[in-house]
Design a binder for this molecule. Structure first.
Ligand SMILES: [Cu+2]
Length: 123
């Protein structure tokens, strides 16, 4: 009996560590579960120029600029990102409204900047 009492703190400690490991593992798996969509910005287009998302489903957009700094703006989805020249930025979005939306580059990037956009469909 005395021995069990002595080892109780050690057992609790081991349980606590196990719980932490399990919790960390679960979080890591959940983070990886979010689908990733790669979008490349390059004067004066986005590629792909059309993606389809599901209402209520969380996705990660990985935005990459191949040349100069671009913008990625879509008010209904609360997207307002700047993609610095040659860099990649990530934004997570959970679309709440269905429809067909046009994302524009809102960072001046050259002569044909005004026509730089892409379509995001939420269904
Ligand atoms: Cu632009």
């Amino acid at each position: 009996m005395y021995r069990v009492k002595q080892s109780l703190p050690a057992i609790l400690f081991a349980l606590a560590i196990s719980a932490c490991v399990l919790f960390t593992e679960t979080s890591r798996v959940r983070a990886e579960d979010v689908p990733v969509i790669d979008i490349t910005a390059k004067r004066f287009a986005f590629s792909p120029d059309r993606i389809t998302l599901k209402q209520g489903q969380r996705v990660k957009l990985r935005l990459h600029s191949e040349d100069v700094t671009h913008g990625f703006f879509l008010r209904p989805l609360k997207l307002d990102e700047e993609i610095p020249a040659g860099q990649t930025v990530e934004v997570t979005v959970t679309p709440q409204t269905t429809g067909t939306f046009t994302t524009i580059c809102d960072h001046f990037c050259g002569a044909n900047h005004g026509n730089m956009n892409m379509t995001i469909v939420v269904e």
